[in-house]
Design a protein around this ligand. Structure first.
Ligand SMILES: Nc1ncnc2c1ncn2[C@@H]1O[C@H](COP(=O)(O)OP(=O)(O)O)[C@@H](O)[C@H]1O
Ligand SMILES: [Mg+2]
Length: 152
């Protein structure tokens, strides 16, 4: 189901609801991986910022477009690290391996948010939770959680 988020506050609230749902569903065998899709400005980073805040991150979360990956240490269980990846500049899964993707996705202590995950979907595990954002107008965005289906 697609939801309209009319302003930043609604985005933050929805992020919190979706995050709770994903944590509850997560079987804890490997990392919780959240694949974020949608055009530039659709709200992917805004969503990660809101989730990070809910998970107790006090540092300022900025887009990892140029550094590809940022890691935040969490002080609350069950996760130890929030890993924020931006695949915008990546062209292949081979490049995901440069940041140690295989080890990252295996560790159940990681909660991983990947912007532009559709660019590297060949190396996203089947358990990835897919979320797509859309731009409606200046202050309104849409969000759709597809579960483990990349599109739907
Ligand atoms: N309802 C909304 N939800 C999320 N972002 C919004 C909303 N309305 C306006 N914005 C603005 O849209 C921009 C979204 O940018 P960002 O999250 O960086 O997008 P992306 O990471 O998808 O490129 C931000 O500047 C944010 O302030
Ligand atoms: Mg972004």
């Amino acid at each position: 189901m697609e939801k309209m988020l009319k302003n930043m506050e609604e985005m933050e609230k929805e992020a919190s609801v979706v995050l709770q749902r994903l944590i509850k569903k997560h079987d804890g065998k490997k990392a919780l991986i959240i694949g974020l899709c949608g055009d530039l400005g659709a709200g992917k980073t805004a969503f990660v910022k809101a989730c990070a805040s809910r998970l107790g991150v006090t540092e300022i979360v900025t887009s990892p477009t140029f550094v590809i990956e940022k890691i935040y240490k969490l002080s609350q269980k069950p996760y130890l690290f929030l890993i924020h990846i931006d695949a915008y500049r990546l062209n292949s899964c081979e490049e995901m391996e440069h940041i140690g993707w295989n080890a990252i996705q295996k560790d159940p202590q990681n909660i991983v948010f990947i912007e532009w995950a559709d660019r590297v979907d060949a190396c996203m595990p089947e358990t990835t939770e897919w979320i797509t954002f859309g731009h409606v107008n200046e202050s309104t965005r849409t969000i759709r959680h597809h579960g483990n289906q990349r599109k739907g």
